[in-house]
Structures are given as structure tokens and as C-alpha cells.
Design a protein around this ligand. Structure first.
Ligand code: SF4
Length: 460
């Protein structure tokens, strides 16, 4: 009983969050920056913040995450961090030779009011940035928003700093994948390749945070969208922005700056969202969908049909990031499961409305909340009042799962106690089978564990 003090009775709270369903903005900014080839992320704040950002990403991806820090002292906290950042930029380009540095702010540098636009301009004016090198930046005050807000802000910083409009149109489609795993980014590229669609995917963390062990250390791994690829995004036919929270702002800016029209989609998780993604990509790239996708889709539908007796009517509690929870909720409804409690620490009014719209026919009594007081404490209380059959969420859900003896699927960020998320995609039709396999695995393990000897089945 690790959460033995969680009471069943729910009292409205106005000023307290317990076990938030989110993490800090700069972690998202750092993750997005890693999706640009040759990029060294830089945290403009204290060493402690940077260590936290790096260690959370390292624990999730099991790969070393490199980043610089402005190493604020008491002096910089009072007088501003400009001199530290100027020195840091000179040191990073001299010693570590990145193609570009991606700076994000922190709570402290935001609170004291450091102006990144002015400091970066001064760095160029003072000759601290070598010729041909780039510096991009974004503001990530972590007392608002979440890691998803930070990811979105850095995506916007990438567009602002790197995308160029030359006026010569390119036969390619931009895809902003949203916050997904490197395995998912690789799968989106595979889907585009099999469709015959030319794409520019950014950020792209595949082959950056899931690097192979070759015996040779590369400070800048082979993966990531290159500066030249992102620059060319300003001449693309269209942008598909997956996930309104993580990708819409960047797509909007690309449209405003470079006149590239955009369409906002869900991350292609599950059957329906993948259908929409494939259709949108095929339309944008003006290609027809080959028969191999009919077969891929059919395999997912076949698994759903085969296993429906284990899924039908199962009540699910889920928590995490809005861009993932929306298509995941839709997938659960497609499986005839019942989304029962849904929590996201990321704010944004559209979330609850969209979930209620999705659930209105099959799960009209869904409990949904997002933003500051939407935390795991509340989710646990909801589960105590209305029990569920399954929890889906990041590693922090294991405490509730253990206390309530519930099957638990790890999904989202961060996953600190299992592997697989970096390597096996959950997007697309094949990813849908992976998600199903994970859900069925824990549900059927519980059936096996709890079965009496006469009811213990070999074939299920
Ligand atoms: S102080 Fe702010 S930026 Fe630093 S680790 Fe904490 S939440 Fe993140």
C-alpha cells in the first residue's frame, strides 16, 4: 500500500497538485532539439535544472543525453545570465563543434527576465558564433504548461530559426510528428516511404536517442533532421501537424513565414487516427495508397476481431499527454472498451471537449480533467470510487496499479522501468497491434493469475 493515504472521498482542491501528470517544459524543448542533426541543446539556467532534464531523458531512452548549461550562480540569478550564456556559446562551439545550439530558458532565467532574442543577437554581434553555425532558441517557463508545451515551443523555435522560403516549390510534405518515440518517427518515415511520399520529418529523434552500440562514440549521432532539410521545409507543398498541442504552433508559424499551408491531425495511434493520417499524407503527396496498406490495416482489424472477447466492455483509466490521449481514447472506443477516467497535466481547454465528443455515444459518463489539478492523486480517487480493469500511462502509474491490483500498460513519457518504447512503434497499423498486444498481455496475465485450477486454460 504505497499510496495508503489516498482517500476515497474527493474534496475540491484549489492550490495543490499531488503527483502531477506531466513534467517540466525544458525537458520537452530538449527532446525536440535532439531531433535536429548535429544539435547541442542548451539549458539557460542552473546546473540542477539541466541535470534533471538530461537525467529524465536518459532514464527514458537509456542513451546518454548531451546538453550544455549556463550554470547560473547566485550572481547570475541577481544580475542576469547574459555573460554566462555568451561564455557558454563560445565554449560549446569551440570545444564541441555542434552544427547548431538550441537554447531553452528555465524557471529561473524566465523569472529574472533574461531576453534570449537580445542575448543571441549579441552573441552573433560579438563574433561568438562561428560562420555557418546556427543558434535557435525558445522560452520555456516551467511554471506554466508542461513538457509538451516545451516541445511545442522548441518546434516553433526550429521553424523560426531554420525554415526558409526560397520561392522555388519542392515536391515534398512536411510532417511534424509531435511528441512520439524514436521508433514511431522511424515508422512514420517507413509509412511515407511505402506510400511513395516525399517528406521532411522534423524533429526526428530516430538514430539520436536509440543509437546502436558499435563501440564508437558519436557526440552527434547519425540521426536527426538536418539543418538543410528543415530549411527546405519552407518550400514544401503542405505541412501535416500531428498533435495540436505539440505541433500546431510550429505549423502555423511555417504558414505565416513561408506560406506553407497546414493541416492538424491526431498522432496516428490506433485504427481511425491512422486511417486519417494515411489518407491525409496520400492526398498531400498526391499518391495512391498501395495494397500493402490494406493488408497492414487488415492485420490490425483481424487481431481486434480475434480478441474482442477480452476487450469488450473493459473499463480503462488513462493518463498522459493530450496529443496521445485523444487518439488512444478513440482507439479504445474502436475496441469496444470503455474509457472511464482520463487525466492530463497539460492544460488546454480543447482537451476535455474533444474527449467528451469522442466518448459521447459509447462512454458518456467518462471522467476527464486536464491542467494543473489534474493529477495522479485525483485519478487514484476516481478509480477508488469507480473501479477499472486497466490503467494506461507512464511509469508513475505503477503505484496505483500495485495498490489497486490492476493490470497496467506503460505508455507515454517517462517510462523509467521498462524498455521497448524506443524500439517498437505504437503508431500506424502495426503499432496498433503492438498496443493491443500490450493491453491483452496484462489483461490475460491477470486472468491466468486469478483463475481457479479448474478454470486455468491452456488455450485462450
Ligand atoms: S526549476 Fe523549473 S526548469 Fe528547473 S527543473 Fe524545476 S521545473 Fe524544470
Amino acid at each position: 500500500m504505497l499510496l495508503r493515504h489516498t482517500p476515497k472521498e474527493i474534496k475540491e482542491r484549489n492550490a495543490l497538485t499531488i503527483n502531477p501528470a506531466k513534467t517540466c517544459q525544458p525537458i520537452g524543448a530538449m527532446y525536440a532539439a535532439l531531433g535536429v542533426h548535429g544539435c547541442l541543446p542548451h539549458s539557460h539556467g542552473s546546473q540542477g535544472c539541466c541535470s534533471y532534464h538530461r537525467s529524465t531523458l536518459t532514464r527514458h531512452y537509456k542513451d546518454p543525453i548531451m546538453a550544455g548549461t549556463s550554470s547560473f550562480t547566485e550572481g547570475s540569478s541577481v544580475f542576469g545570465g547574459q555573460s554566462n550564456l555568451l561564455q557558454a556559446l563560445a565554449n560549446m562551439f569551440t570545444i564541441y563543434d555542434p552544427d547548431l545550439v538550441a537554447i531553452h530558458s528555465t524557471c529561473l532565467s524566465e523569472t529574472i527576465g533574461d531576453d534570449l532574442t537580445q542575448i543571441v543577437q549579441k552573441a552573433f554581434d560579438d563574433g561568438k558564433i562561428p560562420a555557418g553555425k546556427k543558434v535557435i532558441y525558445c522560452n520555456t517557463p516551467s511554471y506554466i504548461g508542461s513538457h509538451i508545451t516545451g516541445f511545442a515551443n522548441m518546434c516553433t523555435g526550429i521553424v523560426r530559426g531554420l525554415a526558409e522560403h526560397t520561392g522555388v516549390a519542392r515536391d515534398q510534405v512536411n510532417i511534424l510528428p509531435g511528441w512520439v518515440e524514436p521508433s514511431d518517427m522511424r515508422e512514420i518515415k517507413r509509412i511515407a516511404r511505402d506510400l511513395g511520399a516525399n517528406i521532411v520529418l522534423f524533429p526526428d529523434t530516430s538514430d539520436v536517442v536509440d543509437t546502436p552500440q558499435t563501440g564508437e562514440y558519436k557526440m552527434y549521432p547519425d540521426g536527426g533532421a538536418t539543418v538543410a532539410e528543415i530549411a527546405s521545409a519552407g518550400d514544401s507543398i503542405k505541412t501535416l501537424a500531428c498533435g495540436p498541442w505539440a505541433s500546431e504552433d510550429a505549423a502555423k508559424l511555417l504558414d505565416a513565414n513561408c506560406k506553407v499551408p497546414y493541416e492538424v491531425l491526431d498522432i496516428p495511434l490506433g485504427l481511425s487516427a491512422t486511417d486519417r493520417f494515411i489518407e491525409a499524407l496520400a492526398n498531400a503527396a498526391k499518391v495512391s495508397v498501395p495494397p500493402s496498406f490494406v493488408a497492414e490495416r487488415g492485420r490490425l482489424v483481424d487481431v481486434i476481431a480475434d480478441m474482442s472477447q477480452y476487450l469488450h466492455g473493459k473499463r480503462v483509466a488513462l493518463f498522459g499527454d493530450p496529443d496521445q490521449l485523444m487518439p488512444l481514447t478513440e482507439f479504445l472506443l474502436d475496441l469496444d472498451m470503455v474509457p472511464t477516467h482520463i487525466v492530463s497535466g497539460t492544460p488546454g481547454k480543447r482537451f476535455s471537449a474533444r474527449i467528451r465528443e469522442l466518448c459521447k455515444e459509447k462512454a458518456p459518463n467518462v471522467n476527464v480533467r486536464n491542467g494543473e489539478r489534474a493529477d495522479l492523486f485525483l485519478l487514484h480517487q476516481w478509480i477508488k470510487n469507480e473501479p477499472v480493469d486497466l490503467i494506461i500511462g507512464n511509469t508513475y502509474g505503477k503505484y496505483i496499479a500495485r495498490d489497486e491490483d490492476l493490470p497496467f500498460v506503460r505508455f507515454g513519457f517517462p517510462i523509467l522501468d521498462r524498455i521497448g518504447h524506443s524500439y517498437f512503434p505504437t503508431v500506424g497499423y502495426t503499432g496498433g497491434i503492438r498496443l493491443l498486444e500490450k493491453m491483452l498481455g496484462v489483461l490475460m496475465d491477470k486472468i491466468d493469475r486469478d483463475a481457479s485450477e479448474p478454470k486455468f486454460e491452456l488455450v485462450m
